[in-house]
Design a binder for this molecule. Structure first.
Ligand code: URA
Length: 481
């Protein structure tokens, strides 16, 4: 029995009532559309409207899910929402005492996907739990749209949790506190705050986000109101000075979100000075956004057929450097963002060591769809070939024209070939500026996933250091361009 889905639902005589309606639940006669006559179809009335206390109210969602599944309330009869006003009424949950088994992996996916910024997630996850409890082997149906959606939300949350932990920057403020401000793409503040408190127990820190804030001090983690917008570091400090007493007075302890899974990474310690500003100015580029939307429907080559989505580049429109990889990998394909999987994590770490702020560079790929061969449940990466690189050159050119970066960092053979238009031997050309005909400068280095594949540990460490050295050269070069 999994603790997540067992517990007291007192008084229920029947369980797993997919077709039966438990006693005490109202029934009615309806017109059967196929039979064209009145028949006694029995189903629960009225529609259950379940209100959660917050976007991250996992505990209440779990309790309600357990009670509703046990009462045989099908997904189409449940509406989920977050309570907007204190006097809004939630449906009375059926009472009973029972539990049911769910595969652990499904609970793990649900706990992550629950933190996604997607209003449909409560219903989606309820549907999956309902189906699993009815005996469907949902986890084995790898092309099932519900499972795929939940998995992609879970991936996205995991990637955002990682991004937040490694990217959030802290300013030292009064009372030896470190203060960070971050805009997470998903509701990952609470899980991340728990992990960071564990990693840095002796450091007092506060993280503000538009959704809420987390505060770690003297062994206690508290949560409170958020800060929607702030212009820069000076404005953040000023706001904190003016509002901290009230903010801290209104915080509460405890969160029902499960802790983020620890990843093999080194999150930025709050008491290390930031290498860039804590608050980055907003620099959206409308034309680049238009291109992102158009590329979403790209049919320039066949790769769109199997891939989940186009993975366009991302980063500030005035970035001086554009980092170009080969193509999205398995995780990037599902999440829809470049370099968020294992290669992205090693790249992040190397950038950090080289003193490059990932938030200030533009990151993209030569090919914008994942090329792979399905093998059972796995998707095996395939190197893109000339026609695919050529077809996707269109989008790379759009990015280059819009951004006009002074430096192109070409990571690996595919990126180098796509930009230079010829075969490039990485070992011969890496590590030095190469002037291009259009005035831009290129810089060739290895692809970060190469570092993951080096079998020998010593050689791997050597190659990693060489990659960091290349990135240090990139940082110095940027200062001269
Ligand atoms: N490898 C790449 O080249 N790009 C990604 O985005 C991820 C892995």
């Amino acid at each position: 029995m999994l603790p997540e889905f067992s517990g007291a639902v007192a008084g229920m005589a029947e369980r797993n009532l997919l077709t039966k309606v438990p006693s005490g639940v109202p029934r009615r006669a309806v017109l059967c559309p196929r039979l064209g006559k009145r028949c006694r179809l029995r189903f629960a009335l009225p529609m259950q409207r379940i209100l959660l206390e917050s976007e991250t109210d996992w505990q209440d969602w779990r309790n309600a899910t357990r009670a509703l599944v046990l009462a045989g309330v099908p997904p189409e009869e449940v509406q989920w929402a977050v309570r907007a006003h204190p006097d809004e009424r939630s449906s009375q949950l059926p009472e009973g005492s029972a539990g049911f088994n769910l595969p652990r992996a499904l609970v793990a996916i649900a706990a992550l996907a629950f933190q996604a910024r997607d209003p449909e997630r409560f219903a989606l996850l309820y549907r999956l739990v309902w189906r699993a409890n009815a005996g469907e082997k949902v986890l084995e149906k790898t092309s099932d749209p519900d499972l795929r959606r939940a998995q992609s939300l879970a991936y996205a949350v995991r990637a955002e949790a990682h991004k937040m932990r490694t990217n959030v920057r802290f300013l030292p403020v009064e009372e030896d506190r470190y203060l960070g401000w971050y805009v997470p793409a998903h509701y990952v503040l609470e899980a991340n705050a728990q992990l960071m408190a564990q990693r840095f127990p002796d450091v007092t820190f506060s993280i503000l986000t538009p959704d809420g804030s987390a505060h770690w001090q003297a062994g206690t983690l508290r949560f409170g109101a958020g800060l929607a917008h702030v212009a820069d570091d000076a404005a953040l400090e000023k706001w904190w000075e003016a509002n901290r007493v009230k903010l801290m007075r209104e915080t509460h302890s405890g969160t029902s979100i499960p802790q983020a899974e620890p990843l093999d990474e080194s999150p930025r310690a709050p008491d290390r000075p930031p290498i860039g500003p804590v608050v980055l100015p907003q620099r959206a580029d409308a034309q680049l956004l238009d291109a992102t939307h158009e590329a979403a429907d790209c049919r320039r080559c066949h790769l769109f057929e199997l891939a989940t989505q186009t993975v366009f580049g991302e980063g500030p429109a005035d970035a001086a450097a554009m980092f170009i990889g080969e193509q999205p990998g398995d995780q990037e394909d599902v999440i829809g963002r470049p370099f968020v999987g294992p290669a992205g994590q090693i790249m992040d770490r190397a950038m950090e060591e080289a003193g490059i702020d990932r938030r200030t560079v533009y990151i993209t790929n030569a090919v914008k769809h994942f090329k792979f061969t399905p093998r059972g449940k796995r998707r095996i990466h395939q190197t893109p070939e000339s026609p695919e690189i050529q077809a996707c050159r269109f989008w790379l050119d759009v990015e280059r024209v819009q951004l006009r970066p002074s430096l192109l960092v070409l990571m690996g053979g595919t990126a180098a070939r796509a930009v230079m238009g010829r075969q490039v031997t990485i070992t011969r050309e890496r590590g030095r500026p190469i002037k291009m005909a259009d005035g831009q400068t290129a810089f060739v280095t290895v692809h970060p996933s190469f570092l993951l594949r080096v079998p020998d540990e010593d050689a791997k460490a050597r190659e990693y250091r060489a990659f960091v050295r290349d990135l240090e050269a990139v940082r110095k070069l940027l200062a001269t361009l």
